[in-house]
Design a protein around this ligand. Structure first.
Ligand SMILES: [Zn+2]
Ligand SMILES: [Zn+2]
Length: 352
């Protein structure tokens, strides 16, 4: 049986090193590290990952830095792309991949899986993709198979990642491993809050890998990203998250999922969500809180930025060793049940 692996193709945010600045996490000598947060689930026949041994590859998010990474790593076109949300650092590589497939290989449309509001937003940015892409809709909370790939299924769940991220989602992948077991990987995408119904936590529970947005260590909602943990000290100056949350209603949070589509396309997902949240507005608002709920075996941190930690909390921007050490120590103090890893770009993780 072939092995199934998760590979980190890039772990950066939109501008990992802003021009004119330095960033301790991202090395100027390792250009691959400028690829934006992107992952592959790969089936491999044999002992190493090579163009000939890859049976299939599904790419999750494709920002501007991802194609140079793929050129260097096996130089082949993935079988399909799945998107978490329509921001540039997650989509700009699609054109390069789709054109490579259409013009030089198959003369047919390339499969891209996303929610409808997400795909509509991609088309507003890259309208020519409409005729080059075979769009397959992900419906929130509904399992979707990847065509032509046995043993790989996706369920998306909505998240709030700001007004300008329509259809943004958490993605949960189930894979059949070489030993015939079911492996699970959960990709948080970029988010400020996951919009989960109570029953959805069970579907996300006990993943082999949670890949989590770790944009900042401490909360600053105006980034539209959540944080790893809560504020180091809660004062009126630093309690940015709770001040923001106090002015919200659950209806605000679902707006980016429905306003582009006139009607709610996802059955009762959002009405069930609103009914629950109107009784008790309670959503995990940082990495630690979600991990406590869903208990993944490993949590991989990506999309690290840290500029807001420095600006609003006077906390250092960390390098990768410091970040892993810090989160591991915090997790022990708070009794958080997972192994935290800051993965290297290109690193692979096996589904056993
Ligand atoms: Zn991003
Ligand atoms: Zn984003």
């Amino acid at each position: 049986m072939p092995k199934v692996l998760l590979r980190i193709n890039g772990r950066g945010n939109a501008w990992p090193v802003p021009l004119g600045q330095e960033h301790p996490f991202y090395s100027p000598n390792l250009w691959e590290d400028y690829a934006n947060a992107s992952f592959s689930i790969i089936s491999v026949e044999g002992s190493s990952i090579a163009r000939k041994t890859i049976k299939w590859e599904v790419l999750i998010d494709a920002g501007h830095g991802v194609v140079p990474f793929l050129l260097k790593h096996n130089n082949r076109i993935p079988e399909a792309i799945v998107l978490t949300h329509p921001h540039f650092d997650h989509i700009l590589g699609i054109d390069w991949i789709v054109q490579s497939y259409y013009r030089f290989n198959h003369k047919k449309a390339y499969p891209v899986y996303a929610t409808k509001p997400c795909w509509n937003a991609v088309l507003r940015t890259l309208p020519h993709l409409e005729r080059l892409v075979d769009f397959i809709e992900l419906r929130q909370g509904v399992e979707t198979k990847i065509e032509g790939i046995a043993g790989l299924k996706i369920i998306s769940y909505p998240v709030y990642h700001g007004e300008h991220a329509p259809g943004a989602s958490i993605l949960c992948f189930r894979v059949t491993t070489s030993s015939g077991k079911t492996g699970k990987a959960v990709f948080s995408g970029d988010l400020l809050l996951p919009l989960l119904r109570n029953k959805d936590y069970a579907c996300l529970t006990n993943a082999d890998y949670l890949i989590a947005d770790a944009n900042n260590r401490f909360p600053y909602p105006r980034t539209n990203h959540w944080s790893i943990t809560d504020s180091p000290k809660i004062t009126t100056e630093t309690d940015f998250f709770n001040t923001w949350k106090a002015g919200l209603s659950p209806v605000n949070l679902i707006t980016p999922h429905i306003h582009m589509d006139e009607r709610i396309e996802n059955g009762t997902y959002f009405s069930d969500f609103l009914e629950e949240q109107e009784k008790e507005f309670n959503l995990p608002s940082n990495v630690f809180e979600l991990v406590k709920h869903i208990k993944p075996q490993n949590t991989l941190l990506v999309h690290y930025n840290g500029w807001e930690d420095k600006k609003y909390y006077n906390q250092k921007i960390l390098n990768e060793i410091q970040l892993e050490k810090w989160i591991t120590e915090e997790a022990v103090k708070k009794n958080i049940p997972t192994r935290f890893i800051v993965p290297k770009v290109g690193e692979t993780f096996l589904f056993t």
